[in-house]
Design a protein around this ligand. Structure first.
Ligand code: PDD
Length: 290
C-alpha cells in the first residue's frame, strides 16, 4: 500500500516517523477524512477548507496550497485500484524536544496521507438501522477543530461498541440553567426528525462541522424537505420519530434503537427513505459532472 509522507510516496512498511513527533507525544495535530467516489475526491474544496480551519485553530501553517493538496491527493488516489476510497490526511506540528509550548524556531510539520477502500454500509444495516447509546459529552470546547487528539471520542465510541451498538450520541450538560442538549455522535453528526421536519444542531464550537451534514441539509433544501438548524434538547432526542447519523465513511444511516428502546417505529422511517437515495444519486451525479 502506497502512502504519502513528508513529500514522498512509499510503501507503508517503509514509512517512519520520529518518536518525538508531537502528534505521538501530545496529539498535537489535525486530520481530515475525505471520501473518494469513482476515483474522485468528494467535496474536496470543502474538506480542504475545513482543514484550513483546523490548522488555524491550532496555529499551524498550512504546509501546502490548495493546488498542491489536490495534486498529492490525485496521485495517491491513482496509486490505488479501488474506485471508492477514503483518504486519511494527518498533519502534526513535527518532531521536537518534548515541551508543551510550540517549538521555537518552528520545525517542519509531519504530513501523512493514506488511502483505504471505502466500503458502503451493509445493505442489511441500511434496512434494519443501527443502535446507539447516549453518553455525556465530556470533550473540550473546540470540537469544531478536527484534532487528532481523539481520546474522549475513542472512549465514547467504545461505550457504543461495548453495548453492541454503532454509535454514541453525545449530550452536553447545559450551563446557567440551560437544559442538556445534543451535540453530535462520537464520530458522526446526528439529525433528529420530528413530524416530517429534519432538525440539525447548529455548527458551533461544540461539534465538528460535518461535510456530509452540509450535503444532507442542501439535499433537504433542494427537495422541499422541511429542515431546521437549532439547538436540540435532550428530550427531543428520546422522543424523535427518526434519528439519522452522517459521516464521510457511513454516509447517512438510520438509528433505530437508542439506549435499548426503539426510535419511532423502530424501523428506518420516511426521512431516511427519502434522503438515502438522494445522497446516492447526488454523489454519483457530482462525480460524473466533475
Ligand atoms: N469522522 N463528528 C465527528 C466527531 C466526526 O469524527 C465526524 C467524522 C463527523 C462527520 O463529519 P464528515 O461528514 O465531514 O465526515 C462528525 C471521520 C469520518 C473519522 O474520524 O473517521
Amino acid at each position: 500500500m502506497t502512502i504519502f509522507l513528508n513529500g514522498e510516496y512509499m510503501p507503508i512498511e517503509e514509512a517512519k516517523i520520529p518518536v518525538l513527533d508531537r502528534g505521538f507525544i501530545f496529539g498535537d495535530g489535525v486530520y481530515e477524512v475525505i471520501p473518494v467516489y469513482s476515483k474522485r475526491a468528494f467535496r474536496l474544496e470543502e474538506h480542504l477548507h475545513r482543514l484550513q480551519h483546523s490548522l488555524d485553530g491550532i496555529r499551524l501553517d498550512n504546509p501546502y496550497s490548495m493546488d498542491e493538496w489536490t495534486a498529492i491527493i490525485n496521485k495517491l488516489v491513482a496509486a490505488h485500484q479501488d474506485e471508492d476510497q477514503y483518504l486519511y490526511l494527518h498533519i502534526t506540528r513535527g518532531a521536537a524536544k518534548r515541551d508543551h509550548a510550540f517549538p521555537n524556531p518552528p520545525v517542519s510539520p509531519t504530513v501523512f496521507m493514506m488511502s483505504r477502500p471505502l466500503l458502503s454500509p451493509l445493505t442489511a444495516l441500511l434496512e434494519s438501522g443501527v443502535c446507539a447509546v447516549t453518553a455525556t459529552d465530556n470533550r473540550w470546547l473546540r470540537c469544531d477543530i478536527k484534532s487528532i487528539a481523539l481520546l474522549p471520542n475513542v472512549l465514547l465510541r467504545q461505550t457504543a461498541v461495548d453495548a453492541g451498538c454503532a454509535e454514541t450520541i453525545l449530550i452536553r450538560q447545559g450551563i446557567d440553567g440551560e437544559g442538556d442538549f445534543m451535540t453530535e455522535g462520537a464520530a458522526s453528526n446526528i439529525f433528529v426528525v420530528k413530524d416530517g421536519t429534519l432538525i440539525a444542531p447548529p455548527k458551533d464550537n461544540l461539534m465538528l462541522p460535518g461535510i456530509t451534514y452540509d450535503v444532507i441539509l442542501e439535499l433537504a433544501a433542494a427537495n422541499d424537505i422541511p429542515s431546521l438548524v437549532r439547538k436540540i434538547d435532550v428530550a427531543e432526542v428520546f422522543s424523535a420519530d427518526e434519528l439519522l447519523m452522517t459521516s464521510s465513511t457511513k454516509e447517512v444511516m438510520s438509528i433505530t434503537k437508542l439506549d435499548g428502546k426503539p426510535v419511532g417505529t423502530g424501523k428506518p422511517g420516511a426521512m431516511f427513505a427519502k434522503l438515502h437515495p438522494l445522497y446516492q444519486t447526488f454523489k454519483r451525479d457530482v462525480m460524473r459532472a466533475s
